[in-house]
Design a binder for this molecule. Structure first.
Ligand code: GLN
Length: 267
């Protein structure tokens, strides 16, 4: 049986993800893998792992609801806890809480106990590219060419809760994801209470300094732009818009490990 990885193909940069996943699989000599575009619940059912691309999160969630995919997506991520990676708009959909979003205007999938701030960098610097240190790719890995387009950042890591993020629900212009219970032991093994920060964008300290604010360089860690919680992974930037397949390769190994765990536990 091949390992099947899907890319949600309702809107946004899905073709680029499929191409880079294929390139990564080739580089890593991962044979017997297939990469599919996902537009229906049946296609999602076939997947061992899923990528949610960048694009426009409000549109993506609307189209997902119309395509009857929203609940199956929540099942995939939060009930079965299968490996899922969201880039940019995809990260927004995977957050349990998102700012700058009108209530009723957007539905989140959830899975990451974080609050994201949409369009964080404002109008002046909506889009930019820069070298980003990604220690999870290896100690000596050269910086990654990170592309940020009207990107969100993770502005707050939330305490893990069994139900919904109650406090977040009280905030203005903030939407939260509905809660779902994990299905079984396999799903439980893929769950974590703790959100790991995998990358930060340095420069927050410099920005504060130019605004005349006091900074403490030791505690100023910068904007959080990559996180992981169990099987759920999110990046603010768009690795699919570069030719660099290193993150895709790293993530495919995470998917492989999850598939192996599932097999071992006999499901
Ligand atoms: N700003 C977009 C949103 O809120 C995300 C942008 C992107 O995916 N490049 O959905």
């Amino acid at each position: 049986m091949p390992v099947t990885v899907g890319v949600l193909a309702l809107q946004g940069a899905f073709i680029e993800h499929v191409q880079l996943l294929k390139k990564a699989a080739e580089q890593e000599a991962l044979s017997d893998w297939e990469f599919i575009e996902v537009r229906t619940p049946q296609e999602l059912d076939r997947c061992d792992g899923l990528v949610l691309p960048g694009g426009e999160s409000t549109t993506m969630s609307l189209v997902a609801a119309r395509s009857k995919l929203l609940e199956p997506l929540r099942d995939f991520v939060k009930v079965h806890r299968k490996p899922t990676w969201g880039t940019c708009a995809g990260l927004i959909l995977l957050a349990e809480s998102a700012n700058k979003t009108k209530k009723g205007g957007q539905e989140l999938i959830g899975g990451l106990d974080v609050r994201v701030n949409r369009n964080h960098f404002g109008r002046q610097t909506e889009s930019f590219q820069g070298p980003l240190e990604l220690p999870f790719l290896g100690e000596d890995a050269p910086p990654f060419p990170a592309v940020f387009i009207r990107a969100p950042i993770v502005e707050c890591i939330l305490p893990h809760q069994e139900g919904i993020q109650v406090k977040e629900a009280e905030r203005e212009d903030t939407v939260i994801a509905p809660s779902r219970k994990v299905k079984d032991l396999v799903a439980e093994a893929a769950t974590a209470d703790h959100v790991e920060v995998l990358a930060t964008l340095s420069g927050a300290a410099a920005r504060s300094a130019t605004q005349g604010r006091d900074i403490n360089p030791d505690s100023e860690v910068g904007d959080v732009v990559a996180v992981r919680q169990g099987n759920v992974f999110g990046t603010s930037f768009h690795p699919e818009l570069t030719g660099d397949a290193r993150i895709h390769a790293w993530w495919l190994h995470q998917v492989q490990a999850a598939v192996n765990r599932r097999k071992k536990l006999g499901q």
